[in-house]
Design a protein. Sequence first.
Length: 136
Amino acid sequence: MKIRVNANILELDKVLDFVDKSVTELALGDEVLFQVKVCVEEIFVNIAKYAYPDKSDEYAEVIINYENDWLIIDFVDEGIFFNPLDQDDPDIELAADAREVGGLGVFMVKTLMDEVTYCRKEGKNCLQIRKNLSGE
């Protein structure tokens, strides 16, 4: 299942509704559904805010698949190159006001999901998050 929307924060509710409808048949528990939606929100908001700094009405795609007990969500945009996995994890031992701004959302995604991968292909940012639903 796929949705293509403008890379605009105003489209966030549409993306989250798409996630809800796409995973309904999987009967995810409340905790897993919450984790997935937090990660989708974080990634989509980052695309909307940073992928297209000089343009408006550009797109983002969210693609949801389920294979062999894995929920797989791909995010695709043609924005500026950015590999969020290249960023250092924030020092969460520091007080919030002592940490550098940024990076906490990506850290949260990496913590909540079982796998996170990135590639740049054909001028597109391709970020994939994966959650193992088998309980193993």
